[in-house]
Design a protein around this ligand. Structure first.
Ligand code: FAD
Length: 438
């Protein structure tokens, strides 16, 4: 008899878990509360889907339990991901090790996954919002709230067991209206929870997975937004909003340096954004949650040493006595940035121009971080289900036999660069296969 497996959530981890389980002979059902699968995948990599990275070290991942991640990747790593997707039709394109489908369309990734789910006859139930998972004799009961929708044009019931081909990334957006809701119930021997975290909830992951697993006794490591913009103190940000420049950032928590990143910094009217900010943001979010002091020190000229910069500034200013200080600095940094730094120098020191203080201001500009942007603006969550309660070789819960937890829901987050999807593919694949074995 075929093993029956229910997968809650049809995102990156859920779709791969379904394929892996069905390939190993299981009868698989996906319960998805949105009207299509893989909505978040479509938004990844600016619509191009950076689906993994050739450079993999444990420094690219964060968790309370790094050895758990190593164990998972020893069973399914980036090479397996590349082979898995190549078999489905995705020809990889590497940009400095960051992998994208050669089509540069995230929709290609969703399309090939949907075609495989169809080939393997995976049953996909859309608009099924899972509200409860109850252990019963020999398995689980899953209670859902079903939303019946109508398209604007007619009375088409969108909750019918959907034909997969119908859902392959349509460009045309249908306007769906809710006409009814009702309760539904399923039973299965094995359940894989793949509901994602709570970043960008409009794409499906609304945090309900944390609630479902908490009800089953699992511990949640506090969840905060990660890969997110940072809000900072200071009205001077208005002056530089929109400026982009290469910079080196160092983050200090209660005065201790915890991480540094270099890359294109984006200054906004509320604080700082851009890839280097995303990379350090989870440290800020965790520290702010613990009510700690967070400072980011910005080096606007990482390519020169402080002493070199002092010399350079002296030469420029002394050689241009016919110019104002601001005019003498034009060409060195963005003009709005020069104006802001000079006004801050004036405000902070209230004394005639001191070149060594100006050089320090350019290389050690300290800002106080007050908050992160919301989960809605975050690409991922840091924190989640405590991995101490999950078996790394199978992704099975240590508290409930036959219950598996995968993807972003777990207390693992990656830096920017394809690492979060790699985590979703790896955990999904292993859980799907393991669920068919026992
Ligand atoms: C804008 C953006 C860009 C990103 N770019 C990249 C990138 O280029 N590379 C990279 O590696 N990572 C990227 N990420 C992160 C990556 O997309 C996620 O880490 C990954 O999708 C997580 O996979 P998942 O399957 O765990 O969760 P998700 O992909 O979020 O899927 C969860 C699924 O579960 C469904 N669901 C949730 N709750 C329920 C419920 N109660 N009942 C039924 N269904 C439910 C959701 O609708 C969803 O379909 C990006 C994220 C964002 C927001």
């Amino acid at each position: 008899m075929k093993k029956e497996i229910i997968i809650i959530g049809g995102g990156a981890a859920g779709m791969v878990a379904a394929i892996s389980a069905a390939k190993n002979g299981a009868s698989v059902t996906i319960l998805e509360h949105k009207e299509k699968l893989g909505k978040k995948i479509l938004a990844t990599g600016n619509g191009k889907c950076n689906y993994t990275n050739l450079h993999q070290t444990m420094e690219c991942y964060r968790s309370e339990n790094i050895s758990f991640i190593e164990e998972v990747f020893s069973h399914f790593n980036e090479k397996d991901t590349i082979a898995f997707f190549q078999e489905l039709g995705i020809y990889p394109k590497s940009k400095n090790g960051y992998l994208y489908p050669n089509s540069e369309q995230a929709s290609s990734v969703v399309d090939v996954l949907m075609m495989e789910l169809k080939r393997l006859q995976v049953d996909i139930r859309y608009n099924e919002n899972v509200k409860d998972i109850k252990p019963i004799d020999n398995g689980y009961q899953i209670d859902t709230l079903v939303t019946v929708t109508e398209t604007k044009k007619g009375n088409e019931n969108n909750n019918k067991k959907a034909s997969n081909s119908k859902n392959i990334s349509k460009n045309k957006r249908e306007k769906l209206t809710t006409v009814d809701t009702y309760k539904n119930s399923y039973q299965a021997k094995k359940v894989i929870v793949a509901t994602g975290g709570m970043a960008s909830s409009k794409l499906g992951s609304d945090g309900s997975g944390y609630y479902l697993l908490k009800q089953l006794g699992h511990t949640i490591v506090p969840v905060v937004p990660a890969l997110v913009q940072l809000k900072a103190e200071g009205d001077f940000f208005e002056m530089v909003a929109g400026v982009r420049c290469d910079a080196r950032l160092q983050i200090f928590v209660d005065g201790m340096a915890v991480a540094s990143e270099e890359g294109e910094l984006q200054l906004t009217n509320y604080g700082i954004s851009g890839i280097p900010v995303f990379q350090i943001s989870r440290y800020a979010a965790k520290a702010l949650l613990d009510k700690k002091q967070v400072q980011v020190v910005i080096d606007f000229l990482p390519q020169v040493e402080l002493s070199e910069l002092e010399e350079l500034l002296k030469q420029r200013i002394n050689a241009s006595l016919h110019k104002t200080t601001e005019e003498a600095l034009i060409g060195l940094l963005n003009q709005k940035l020069i104006q802001m730094l000079l006004s801050q120098l004036d405000k902070r020191y209230k004394q005639p121009l001191d070149i060594s203080k100006l050089a320090k201001m350019m290389k050690q500009f300290s800002v106080t971080i007050t908050d992160t942007n919301s989960f809605e603006n975050a690409q991922v969550c840091a924190g989640g289900i405590d991995t101490a309660e999950i078996t790394a070789t199978t992704l099975e819960s240590k508290l409930h036999q036959g219950l598996y937890v995968v993807g972003e829901l777990l207390d693992v987050d990656g830096i920017c660069g394809g690492y979060n999807l790699q985590w979703a593919w790896s955990t999904g694949y292993i859980a799907g296969k393991s669920a068919t074995l026992k």
